[in-house]
Write a protein that binds this ligand. Structure first.
Ligand SMILES: C[S@@+](CC[C@H](N)C(=O)[O-])C[C@H]1O[C@@H](n2cnc3c(N)ncnc32)[C@H](O)[C@@H]1O
Length: 256
């Protein structure tokens, strides 16, 4: 089995529980923090043709469609896409979904989209350089690319959270930043039964930069969103990410 097939199978197996967690609102960190920042930075999208790459069960696609974009969501897991399609049928937003891997978007013609988005997917993907080449190919000249990943400087293969004497999360220890070897992570949302299994592909800042620069794309912005005080009052878990480290790296680029 190749890397793509393994990842698709993992997300197929995660899909029922992931879809249920999205429906129950278990992913409050992204809902209250990452997604509002992401949508804000996208700017106006009304009427734009947007490809949402690594759409999972469609959460990110639905948020973007709710801003008025015409969204196509792609994911390599057939089961995740089946959940996305079911939710679209239940509550239509005009989103089209397809099973496709971001490093082979052959069913879409060159310069088909005004914008490509990817929310929290590319740190889970093999072949980053090929993925960026495909994003560039399907983007119109001047079209915008907007990517959110777990921040590569803090979510390294050897990261761990350490606790102080009062058993509070007090910081991070980081190691193995330069080790590119994929590793399997098992994790869950606090309220969830069972664990997700995901292979992570550790990329460095330079890997993202090189993949962009070798793909006819021009950087327009790098952002490390920080939770606001108000967000931390609403969701106290976020204070850790206000005090100690950046949870996300947002990368914006433009097709040249
Ligand atoms: C954590 S989920 C996030 C999904 C969604 N963007 C959201 O906001 O909920 C990551 C998804 O990325 C998908 N993915 C990872 N690498 C991919 C690739 N090369 N092509 C297509 N999908 C990919 C996985 O199958 C998984 O469904």
């Amino acid at each position: 089995m190749n890397d793509r097939d393994t990842l698709a199978l993992q997300w197929d197996r995660n899909s029922a529980s992931w879809s249920d967690s999205m429906q129950q609102g278990h992913d409050q960190v992204n809902e209250q923090f990452g997604i509002p920042f992401f949508l804000d930075q996208l700017g106006p999208v009304s009427g734009l043709e947007v490809l949402d790459a690594g759409c999972g069960e469609g959460r990110s696609s639905r948020h973007i469609a709710a801003k008025g974009a015409r969204v196509t969501g792609v994911d390599l897991s057939p089961e995740m896409v089946a959940h996305a399609v079911r939710k679209e049928i239940e509550k239509p937003l005009g989103i089209g979904y397809a099973v496709s891997s971001c490093d082979d978007l052959g069913e879409y013609s060159a310069e088909r989209f005004d914008m490509v988005t990817s929310f929290m997917a590319l740190m889970d993907t093999p072949n980053l350089a090929s993925v960026l080449k495909e994003f560039s190919r399907v983007l119109k000249i001047g079209g915008k690319l907007m990517i959110a990943v777990r921040h590569p400087c803090f979510f390294t293969p050897g990261f761990s959270v350490y606790k102080n004497g009062r058993d509070e999360r007090a910081g991070l220890t980081i190691s193995n930043y330069f080790i590119r070897k994929p590793y399997v992570e098992r994790w869950k949302f606090p309220q969830q039964q069972g664990l997700f299994t995901v292979t992570r592909y550790p990329y460095t800042m330079m890997d993202y930069a090189e993949a962009i620069l070798s793909s006819s794309l021009r950087f327009t912005s790098l952002t490390e969103p920080r939770p606001t005080e108000e967000m931390c009052l609403r969701l106290p878990n976020l204070r850790f990410w206000r005090l100690h480290a950046a949870l996300y790296l947002f990368i914006q680029a433009e097709k040249v």
